[in-house]
Design a protein around this ligand. Structure first.
Ligand code: PIT
Length: 648
C-alpha cells in the first residue's frame, strides 16, 4: 500500500469523529480548514473515489441572510467560468442548512504570500503572473462578469505555479451587459477604484482594471500604491491617484502602471489593449491567450473508468456528465481528467473499497485485503480499462459499454465489486494560439524619470523618487527626496509607502526576521535552555521542512525563549492571544467585528539544522494588515530578547 493509501486507511480505522456535515459522507473526507471569512469557511478534503484533493467552501445558510442572492450569483459565475486560470468548480451540494462548493485545490497558496516571501517579484516573473491574470479577467469580462475583488489574496497558485482566480462572492453580472453601470460599493479598500469610493455609478470592468493596476504594483514593489491604516485617508490617496514610484521600476513598468491607475475610468486602459501591451508582450511572441472553450467530447479513458466503476454504459454516463449537473459524477469526471493531465493513474478500483469503508463507517474492522478485486489490483497493477479489456467477451468493447442493459440510473455506491471485471473499455487524449491582434497599441503620454538609480539603498530615502499620479491636476510628477520624505510619518510600524525602498530597510517580514536573527545572536549566551512541556503534552515544537511562510530565527535560542518573546510582544500590542503548545493564536477585533486572526507557531527548521523559526498563518482578515502586524510582533519579540532587557 502506498503512503497515501496507508494514511487514508489508518484514518478510517481510527475511531472516526462523527462528520458534522452528513451531506459529504461517503463522498469526501474533510481535513483542515484552509481559510475562514464571514459566513464561509474553506476546508481541504479528499474526493474519495479519485483520492484527489479538493477545497470545499462551506456556507452556512442561516448566517447568509440577505446575501443569499449573492451566493447564487457566485455559484452561477463559477459554473460558467471554466478557464485554466479560474478555480474550477466541481460540485455543488445544497442542503437545508448549507451550501458546499467543491473546488479545485491549489496547493501553492496565495500569490500574496509568494510576493512577501520574495519581497517583490522581478519584472519577468511579474509579467508571467500578470499575463495569467489578464487571461482570467479578459475571459470573465467576455462572459459578462466583473470580479470586483481582485487582489493577490484571491489568486492562488497550483502545484505547477499556475494562478487560479478565486472568490466570486462579490462578482456582478449586469443584466444588460457590462456597459450597465453598477452601484454597490464593494471589495477591499486598498484595491478600490476612485469611482467606487465616490459612490458614483461605475462600470464593473473598469474597476477590475484599476485593481489590476494595484495588483501589478504590489507584484513589482512588494507593497501597495495606496495605503493607510485610516480608511478615510486611504480613500483620499486613491482619489488623488498619486503613488510612489520606486527607483527599481523600469520606465516600461511605470508606463503600464500609469495607464492602469488612471483616476478617470474613461482614460484607463482597456482589457483589449492590455492583452497586447508592449510591457505584457516583452519576451513573448503571442498576445495573452485568453479564450478557452471546453471540448464537447469527453475523455474516453476517464469515461471508461467511471463506466466500469458505476456499471453503466459510457454513453449514458457521457450524457449525465454533459448535463453539467455539478454532482458527484461531474466532480469525479473532472478530477479524473486532471489526474490524466498530470500523468497519474486513473484506476478507481482501489478507491471503491475506501468508499465502501466510508459507508460502513462504524465497522472499523474492515481491511483492504479482504476484497478479491483489490487483491488482484495490488498484485497485477491493472487499471479498470485493462481489467475491462481482459474480462470483455468482445473485442469491440464500446459496444458492450453502450449496452443499455448495463446502465444503472444515477450514481450509486456499488455494494459489490465482484462483477466489475466483466465491463469493458478503451482509449485515449491542446491549446489555441490566438493571433496577434492588429489593433495598434498606443503607449499613452507619460513623462517618467529615467534617472538610473542604485537598487541597494540605505535605510532612508536617499535617492530621487518618482511620484506618479493620474489625477487631473497631476499627470506625472517627479519629486525629490525631501518631498518624498515629507509624505512619511514615522511610526513604529513601517508601512510600505512610508518605509524606504528595499535593501537595508526593515521592509519585509523576512528582513524583520533577519534583524531578529542578529539580535538573538547577541543574546545567545544569556539564554538558559529550558525543557518544558507546552500545553497538550507536546514535548517539542513542530519540525518543518517547507520554508514557505516561515521566518528563520537561528539555532542559538531555544524555541521556548522565542515563544515567550512572541507572547510578550502580543501582550504589549494589546493583542489577546491563546496558546496551544507552541502555537499562539492572536485576534484583533474592532467592536464586535473580527478584523484579523492569525497564528504564530514556533517551529524548528529541518533544512537549517533545527534552527528555531516562526511559522505564520493568516486565518482571517486583510493580508497587508496581517503582514504589518506580524512584522511589528516580530520586531517587538526581538526587543524582548535583547540583552538590555535580559539584564533588567
Ligand atoms: C483552494 C484553496 C483555498 C481556497 C480556495 C480554493 C477557495 C476557492 C474559492 C473561493 C470562493 C469562490 C471560488 C473559489 O467564489 O485555500 O484550492 O469564494
Amino acid at each position: 500500500m502506498n503512503d497515501e493509501a496507508t494514511c487514508i486507511y489508518l484514518k478510517l480505522r481510527m475511531p472516526s469523529k462523527p462528520c458534522s456535515y452528513s451531506a459529504l459522507e461517503g463522498q469526501y473526507v474533510l481535513h483542515q480548514t484552509l481559510g475562514t471569512g464571514g459566513f464561509a469557511k474553506v476546508k481541504l478534503a479528499t474526493h474519495i473515489l479519485t483520492k484527489e484533493k479538493v477545497a470545499i467552501k462551506i456556507m452556512d445558510k442561516s448566517a447568509l441572510g440577505d446575501d443569499l442572492p449573492r451566493v447564487q450569483l457566485e455559484i452561477e459565475a463559477l459554473k460558467n467560468l471554466s478557464h485554466p486560470h479560474i478555480c474550477k468548480l466541481y460540485q455543488v451540494i445544497e442542503t437545508e442548512s448549507h451550501y458546499f462548493l467543491v473546488l479545485e485545490y491549489c496547493s501553492g497558496g496565495e500569490l500574496f504570500d509568494y510576493i512577501i516571501e520574495k519581497d517583490r517579484l522581478s519584472e519577468k516573473e511579474a509579467r508571467h503572473f500578470f499575463r495569467q491574470i489578464i487571461s482570467a479577467v479578459a475571459f470573465m469580462h467576455k462572459k459578462g462578469y466583473a470580479h470586483r475583488d481582485l487582489k493577490p489574496e484571491n489568486l492562488l497558485l497550483d502545484s505547477d505555479q499556475h494562478l487560479k482566480l478565486i472568490d466570486f462572492g462579490l462578482c456582478a453580472k449586469p443584466q444588460s451587459g457590462m456597459q450597465q453601470p453598477l452601484e454597490t460599493c464593494c471589495g477591499s479598500p486598498a484595491y478600490a477604484a476612485p469611482e467606487l469610493i465616490t459612490g458614483e455609478y461605475y462600470n464593473g470592468n473598469k474597476v477590475d482594471i484599476w485593481s489590476m493596476g494595484v495588483l501589478l504594483y504590489a507584484l513589482l514593489c512588494g507593497f501597495l500604491p495606496f495605503d493607510d491604516e485610516n480608511v478615510a485617508k486611504l480613500y483620499r490617496k486613491i482619489q488623488k491617484g498619486r503613488y510612489f514610484c520606486p527607483s527599481w521600476l523600469s520606465s516600461e513598468s511605470k508606463t503600464i502602471l500609469f495607464e492602469l491607475l488612471q483616476v478617470d475610468p474613461r482614460r484607463r486602459i482597456s482589457i483589449e489593449n492590455l492583452k497586447i501591451h508592449p510591457w505584457v508582450m516583452k519576451g513573448y511572441e503571442a498576445p495573452v491567450d485568453w479564450y478557452f472553450t471546453r471540448s464537447v467530447k469527453l475523455d474516453q479513458n476517464c469515461l471508461a473508468e467511471l463506466a466500469v466503476y458505476h456499471r453503466r454504459s459510457m454513453r449514458s454516463l457521457e450524457f449525465s456528465i454533459q448535463r453539467n449537473n455539478f454532482d458527484y459524477l461531474h466532480a469525479s469526471y473532472l478530477l479524473l481528467e486532471s489526474k490524466k493531465e498530470s500523468g497519474k493513474s486513473l484506476s478507481l478500483l482501489q478507491q471503491s473499497n475506501i468508499l465502501r469503508e466510508q459507508n460502513v463507517n462504524t465497522n472499523l474492522s474492515i481491511v483492504f485485503d479482504t476484497s478479491p478485486v483489490i487483491k488482484r489490483v495490488s498484485m497485477d497493477s491493472l487499471t479498470n480499462s485493462k481489467l475491462l479489456e481482459l474480462g470483455s467477451p468482445q473485442k469491440n468493447s464500446s459496444n458492450l459499454l453502450n449496452d443499455s442493459r448495463l446502465a444503472s440510473p444515477g450514481i450509486s455506491v456499488p455494494r459489490k465489486n465482484s462483477d466489475k471485471e466483466n465491463f469493458a473499455l478503451p482509449q485515449i487524449p491542446s491549446r489555441r494560439n490566438s493571433k496577434m491582434s492588429s489593433t495598434k497599441y498606443s503607449s499613452g503620454e507619460i513623462q517618467v524619470n529615467h534617472t538610473p538609480k542604485a537598487v541597494g539603498m540605505s535605510a532612508s530615502l536617499d535617492a530621487k523618487v518618482d511620484y506618479i499620479g493620474s489625477s487631473s491636476d497631476t499627470t506625472s510628477l517627479l519629486i525629490s527626496e525631501k518631498r518624498a520624505k515629507s509624505f512619511e510619518s514615522p511610526t513604529a510600524v513601517t508601512t510600505p509607502q512610508r518605509r524606504p525602498p528595499r535593501h537595508g530597510a526593515t521592509s519585509s517580514a523576512k528582513k524583520v526576521f533577519g534583524s531578529i536573527e542578529k539580535g538573538l545572536d547577541r543574546v545567545k549566551n544569556l539564554l538558559t535552555p529550558k525543557k518544558r512541556m507546552y500545553g497538550c503534552g507536546i514535548e517539542g515544537p513542530k519540525k518543518v521542512k517547507n520554508l514557505c511562510n516561515v521566518s528563520a530565527i537561528n539555532d542559538k535560542v531555544t524555541p521556548e525563549e522565542v515563544l515567550e518573546s512572541l507572547q510578550s510582544a502580543l501582550i504589549r500590542k494589546g493583542i489577546p492571544c491563546k496558546q496551544s503548545g507552541y502555537t499562539l493564536r492572536g485576534k484583533i477585533v474592532d467592536g464586535k467585528k473580527v478584523q484579523l486572526r492569525f497564528e504564530l507557531e514556533v517551529c524548528q527548521l529541518v533544512k537549517h539544522k533545527l534552527a528555531v523559526g516562526v511559522l505564520r498563518k493568516r486565518l482571517e482578515g486583510d493580508a497587508w494588515h496581517y503582514k504589518r502586524v506580524c512584522e511589528e510582533i516580530l520586531r517587538l519579540a526581538l526587543l524582548n530578547t535583547s540583552p538590555a532587557r535580559k539584564h533588567v
